[in-house]
Design a protein around this ligand. Structure first.
Ligand SMILES: Cc1cc2nc3c(=O)[nH]c(=O)nc-3n(C[C@H](O)[C@H](O)[C@H](O)COP(=O)(O)OP(=O)(O)OC[C@H]3O[C@@H](n4cnc5c(N)ncnc54)[C@H](O)[C@@H]3O)c2cc1C
Length: 320
């Protein structure tokens, strides 16, 4: 049984995907869009690497990646194709599966069987539950949830990787979705890694309403987040959105201001060590699940909190 493991990006969970593949067969080949990674593969037990080359693939282009992979799958006829369940991995595998007219299982933690059916365990509901499922597919398309393996190399008897070049036939229009510009993130704390996130939802009421959240975040050395209502209303950019279709955060403290705690938001903040909900509704799910809550209008509560922090800082002789 031949399995392909596709390196869509340089996500560190690559070894987890290799581990799941090697658990099924010794006949594992890698598919690379960047040839420089080929040298590392022998110690991972990978026998061959297919290096995909084409001008259109010079930077990330998910449709073109999917089409290139579909052509390679047509040539090699593997039993399955795996990639890391990163944002890019899931996007490219979805394009591949659509082109193959094959089913696709994303974010798997276990894969067994040899097709018809594949037996899989996968993450559902943004991480809220694990689902055991059967997938009836000749060639299975999967992504592997980061952390599903041990993150270590599997013992290898491979001495040298057989590196092969593959040049797909790609039309220019496949590059219509592609990276055209990269910009450095502005200085400051990033939402994904901040120790404190001050997040606002519909209750904030307007783009201007976020000034008080920004002020509190700055005082606490944190970042500002928001719910999808805020991004939909144009109050905040999508890069600030927390949740299923935004960023997943795990700060020491998540301050949820005027956010109801819908499941799609909750899965993005549930890993916070502590949650402080500020909400007018004592029965809002964010309040009932939070570590601490203040029932009240955020437009009154936040200025009072800021004034208190400033007063304490002043008496302690600190500037922030
Ligand atoms: C496929 C899909 C993906 C989604 N992905 C996401 C996602 O990634 N992130 C996300 O956030 N949502 C996401 N959603 C939307 C989600 O279902 C909710 O609609 C959204 O999270 C609600 O945002 P909210 O809590 O700001 O608004 P609401 O649900 O309207 O809640 C507003 C809250 O503010 C409180 N409030 C009002 N005024 C005040 C005040 N002055 N002071 C204090 N409290 C006040 C209210 O009591 C209420 O609890 C997704 C939905 C779908 C279908």
């Amino acid at each position: 049984m031949l399995l392909l493991v596709v390196q869509v990006d340089d996500h560190p969970a690559w070894l987890d995907a290799v581990q799941l593949a090697r658990g099924l067969t010794d006949d594992v080949h890698a598919v690379l869009f960047d040839a420089s990674r080929a040298d590392e593969l022998a110690k991972q037990g990978i026998k061959a690497a297919h290096v995909v080359e084409h001008d259109v693939l010079s930077d990330y282009a998910p449709e073109a990646y999917g089409e290139a992979l579909a052509q390679l799958v047509g040539e090699l006829q593997p039993s399955g194709v795996l990639a890391v369940g990163s944002e890019k991995g899931n996007e490219v595998m979805a394009h591949l599966a659509a082109r193959m007219r094959a089913p696709f299982a994303a974010n798997c933690t276990q894969i067994s069987g040899t097709g018809r059916p594949w037996l899989i365990t996968r993450i559902r509901g943004g991480g809220m539950l694990l689902e055991d499922a059967e997938m009836d597919a000749g060639c299975g398309v999967f992504t592997v949830q980061p952390g599903a393996g041990t993150g270590a190399e599997t013992p290898s008897t491979v001495d040298q990787v057989d590196v092969r070049r593959f040049t797909p036939d790609l039309r220019d229009e496949l590059a219509r979705t592609r990276v055209i510009e990269r910009t450095e993130r502005e200085a400051g704390v990033s939402l994904a890694t901040a120790d404190v996130v001050v997040s606002g939802g519909r209750g904030v009421g307007s783009a201007e309403g976020y000034r008080v959240l920004e002020e509190l975040a700055e005082l606490l050395g944190g970042a500002v987040g928001c719910s999808r209502v805020a991004t939909n209303n144009g109050w905040r950019p999508h890069s600030d959105q927390v949740g299923l279709t935004g960023t997943k955060v795990a700060p020491k403290l998540y301050i949820a201001c005027g956010i109801s705690g819908a499941t799609q938001h909750w899965v993005g903040c549930m890993d916070a060590k502590a949650i402080l909900a500020i909400n007018t509704d004592p029965d809002a799910p964010m309040v009932t699940r939070s570590t601490y809550s203040v029932i009240g209008d955020l437009h009154e509560v936040l200025p009072a909190v800021i004034a208190e922090i400033r007063a304490r800082n002043a008496s302690a002789g600190t500037s922030g």
